[in-house]
Design a protein around this ligand. Sequence first.
Ligand code: FE2
Length: 510
Amino acid sequence: MITRRFFMAAGGATISIPKAFAQSDRPHFTLGVASGCPRPDGIVLWTRLAPEPLRGGGMPLGKAAVRYRLCSDQAMRRTVREGIVETSDAKAHAVHVVLRGLEAGRDYWYQFTYGKDESPIGRAKTANVAGTTAKLALASCQAYEAGHFAAYADIAAWAPDCVIHIGDYIYESGPGVVGMRSAQVGGFQATWENIRQHVGTETVTLWDYRNRYALYKSEPALQAAHAVAPWIAALDDHEIDNNWAADVPQDPWAQTPLEFKVRKLAALQAYYEHMPLEEPPTVNGVDSHLQLYGAYRFGPAQVHLIDTRQYRSDQVCEAQGNPADRSCDALADPYLSMTGAAQERWLLNALKSSKAPFNVIASQTWFAPYRYNGLNDVPHVNMDQWDGYPIQRQRLIDALAGVSNPVVLSGDWHCAAAMRIHKNPWDPKSPRVGHNFCGTSISSHCPWSLAMDAAKDFNGHLDYYNGDKRGYLRCDVTERNWRSEYRVVTDPRDSKSAVTTDVTIDTRDV
Ligand SMILES: [Fe+2]
């Protein structure tokens, strides 16, 4: 029995690895390295041994011991921590090292070793309460079939303090059709193109999800973005099933409640196995849960990463994502919730006690409203977004009104937008409470862009919209200003595409 304690060594002492654990004939670090959950005194380091990444990983059943080293210099000469951690097939030979006792707001570099096989070197950075600036990247929605991940190469070149990923890290669907597609979406003829295909059928089992993460992580630019900075991440819908809510799938007629719970358990386990998270899922019978929401501090910004899937009330008015008539009576239910009561209490308390100049909610879906029809009719809105949970949104807006510089960051909808959050979110003449900046997608299509573009004038709180481009959001924060720089990919079919700035918005000017 190998225990982690037995192999821990301090101060750079030599560590020996038993022969049985030292298999180095094949490359094992095919999925790269990552760090995440940055705290003022700690960080999580991640990797996974996967000599055959698309076929379950390819490691023999049983245990494996992996060495890690954390250094204070890029050349990996000054070791701060090192040790050996044990992993096994029970977690797909993923490795999570939760480190504490580090210095706040500083760079570290790390590397894993398995036998003679060395991983790439990654850069980690601890969180920083005292800092006066922060560089944060917002990413979401990276459909593999829709394009390459050139946006991530740009993130890697920028080297932010943290990457905030708010969901759709994978898509669950089986292989689609390569080439141009055209269809009526929201009353407009939309076209889009798939450049490649998923490997494998729609993901349902743990085996399926593991292989799907491996496929996505085969993109070098994604590995580079993980290696350059710590991530904080919370899943959205496609990591499990489109538009799911708590224990309800989008198609309850096609999956029994038990089938969906088993599927969710597999999906949460695979998400954990491929992300630098502090804790594995908790499992109770067929009920599973993964702790994802939390607060992180980056100098002038406190980021409250929220989870709007695991505790959410099911979408109402028989409309999950398509614009629906907002007059549906069920929307007036005060218990209708995106977050569940416990997470809402936590969020309100965290916001209230924050002393940060900027207070961020990183929410998967759009927070500010968006209507798809003219001003003379009842608004038609997307019920999967906060528009479908208006009473809880109003409670949050009322709380944000008493908080220093609220900013909501959103993804999910594959188009870039900047919107003002008003006290009455539908009335742009009511006092402004904060901003909602929506990143576009790393690669996912936006077939509803023409419908949204046509409705711009009906949304008076909208400052910027672009649904035609893929990319991400760069956020440069100081104590006095929040700069959102909308980075766009010139050609998502090209893995080496140029990435440029579409527009820059400074909150001090809006
Ligand atoms: Fe998406």
